[in-house]
Design a protein around this ligand. Structure first.
Ligand code: GDP
Length: 426
């Protein structure tokens, strides 16, 4: 059986922690999309880790961590992270890499930087990890699969062809140094040495694992609102962030994905540009940012301060719906314990009308939040393990949100650690 852990919002909902927690009972953890552009922060017995490309299952001996074909695989970054985890005392994780995963090429990162420079103030707020150029090339059919490393002659030829077109852009659009296919080939031969022991037909491996009754966890990156189709286009990421894409990005049957655990944070945060209706500013935002997450709301990859806002029922209802949510994990609730009153965005006012349905981007830009204010619980809820033991106003907040989004909140996370979780039977 397959479970997916995905985000309802803009990312940074705490998926890493939920995956790490659910991985205790899983056999295989699979990354199926995205690349090194976003990160998960995980706190466990080994310490605190910021993972960008490694699946969150790497901390267990009993799990196999898999890079699916849908991932933008940055090989040197992947192995740097792998080595760092091992150096910090984690037993060498068992990993597998899809032979169909495509590689982030050194020039993807350069093109990402050059394009951001060219767009200057109008940029998309890219993390400059090469993700957009990578997926552009994948769909333009000039990307490189890991399997291509193993046919050196064909690889050389294709590199010459691809560099020709890249060099036209470098010379005439960006005015930057040109690419040398031979140099890239040598670098790819280094990549080959690194990945060779781990490459396999991941889709077949997972098919066989399912037949043996193994439990597979699909680990999503970012959230619904960053999906290129259903998100706030064009301020989105370049690969689908939805659980449904897990079937494609891992190569598994869609009907095997039985549980879709959508992670929703108890307040909002976003990185990069784009409409953010329930955003707050000034001292109110600074305080939430400082207290947020585990040590503040700053990007795991870039260290950038995140934009902050109140919980957005409109965006979250939509975010849960497009994921096909079976369970909501409501996270970072403990952080709100300092507030006397907690505003919640319950509707969007657009051109004088209030809606609770999430609109397309142009309309979203016009939306003003309709807020409802709930009483705070003014206490520290960390350490509580039973739903009934939560303060009444805290339960009311959860139940209010649950009613507005229309999906069952079955897990409540009240701290960054593996065991800071309250299960609720629905
Ligand atoms: P992800 O990308 O969705 O995995 O999210 P991030 O890792 O970027 O952000 C989540 C942050 O919140 C991390 O620093 C976690 O350690 C932390 N975190 C996760 N769940 C909780 C929680 O319930 N309470 C608190 N205080 N921090 C949490």
């Amino acid at each position: 059986m397959i479970k997916a852990v995905v985000g309802a919002n803009w990312g940074d909902e705490g998926k890493g922690k939920i995956t790490d927690m659910l991985a205790q009972e899983a056999d295989i953890i699979v990354r199926f999309q995205g690349g090194a552009n976003a990160g998960h922060t995980i706190v466990n017995d080994y310490g605190k880790f910021a993972l960008h490309t490694l699946p969150s299952g790497v901390f267990y001996n009993h799990t196999t961590s898999v890079i699916g074909n849908g991932v933008a695989l940055n090989i040197p970054v992947f192995f740097k992270e792998y080595n760092e985890v091992v150096e910090q005392g984690v037993p060498a994780p068992k990993i597998l890499i899809s032979d169909r995963a495509q590689m982030v090429m050194p020039y993807h990162i350069l093109f990402d930087q050059y394009e951001e420079e060219r767009l200057a103030g109008k940029s998309f707020g890219s993390t400059k990890s090469g993700i957009a150029p990578f997926y552009s090339d994948k769909y333009a059919k000039i990307g490189f699969q890991v399997s291509e490393l193993f046919d050196e002659e064909a690889l050389k030829e294709k590199l010459v062809r691809v560099c020709e077109t890249k060099n036209i852009l470098l010379e005439h659009l960006y005015h930057k140094p040109l690419l040398d296919p031979e140099e890239i080939f040598q670098e790819l031969m280094e990549y080959k040495k690194m990945v060779a022991p781990y490459v396999c037909d991941v889709s077949l491996y997972l098919w066989n694992a399912l037949k043996e009754g193994k439990e597979i966890l699909l680990e999503g990156q970012l959230g619904s609102l960053k999906d290129p189709d259903h998100g706030i286009y064009p301020m989105v990421t370049s690969s689908s962030t939805l659980a449904a894409y897990g079937a494609i990005g891992a190569g598994v049957p869609p009907y095997e994905i039985k549980k879709i655990i959508t992670v929703c944070k108890a307040y909002s945060s976003a990185v990069g540009a784009g409409a953010f209706v329930s955003e707050i500013f000034g001292e109110e935002a600074d305080e939430l940012r400082r207290r947020g997450g585990d040590g503040g709301e700053y990007g795991a990859t870039t260290g950038r301060p995140r934009r902050m806002g109140w919980f957005d029922c409109v965006a979250s209802k939509y975010g849960c719906r497009v994921q096909g949510t079976t369970d909501v994990a409501f996270t970072v609730l403990d952080v709100l314990g300092y507030l006397d009153e907690i505003p919640v965005c319950v509707g969007y006012e657009i051109n004088g009308e209030v809606t609770t349905e999430f609109p397309t981007t142009a309309m979203l830009e016009k939306a003003k939040p309709v807020l409802e204010v709930l009483p705070g619980w003014k206490s520290d809820i960390r350490g509580i393990t039973k739903y009934e033991d939560l303060p009444e106003n805290c339960r009311k907040y959860i139940e209010f949100v649950e009613e507005k989004i229309g999906f069952p909140i079955t897990m409540i996370s009240n701290g960054p650690g593996r065991n800071d979780i309250i299960y609720r039977n629905k």
